[in-house]
Design a protein around this ligand. Structure first.
Ligand code: FES
Length: 99
C-alpha cells in the first residue's frame, strides 16, 4: 500500500496517508481536524484548501465553491482531492485545531 506525505505549509504540520484516499479522509485518519467537514461529496465547500505542490486527481466539485479560476490557482475541495504524490497545501480559513 503506497503512502504519501502531506504537509500544511502554514503550520508545518504533516501526516502520512494512503494513496487512493481523499485528502479529507487522510486528515481524519491522521487526527488532523484542520478543515470544516460537511457533505464529504464536493458540494458544500467547507473543506476548501489550496494545493501548492504535488500530484493529485480530482473528483467532481461544485463550481459554486471552486470556479475555473480557483482551480487554476490550486484551490480544491479536500474531500474530492486524491493525492498521488507528496502534497503541500495551505489552509484558507484559520480555524485550525490539530489534535
Ligand atoms: S465536505 Fe463538503 S465539499 Fe468537502
Amino acid at each position: 500500500m503506497k503512502c504519501v506525505q502531506v504537509t500544511e505549509v502554514g503550520s508545518q504540520v504533516g501526516f502520512k496517508m494512503q494513496v487512493g484516499d481523499s485528502l479529507l479522509k487522510g486528515m481524519e485518519s491522521a487526527g488532523a481536524r484542520i478543515v470544516g467537514i460537511g457533505c464529504r461529496g464536493g458540494g458544500c465547500g467547507l473543506c476548501k484548501i489550496q494545493i501548492l505542490g504535488g500530484d493529485f486527481e480530482l473528483g467532481k466539485m461544485s463550481s459554486l465553491h471552486v470556479s475555473d479560476s480557483d482551480r487554476s490557482l490550486g484551490y480544491v475541495l479536500a474531500c474530492r482531492c486524491f493525492p498521488k504524490s507528496d502534497i503541500a497545501f495551505k489552509l484558507i480559513k484559520k480555524s485550525i485545531d490539530f489534535i
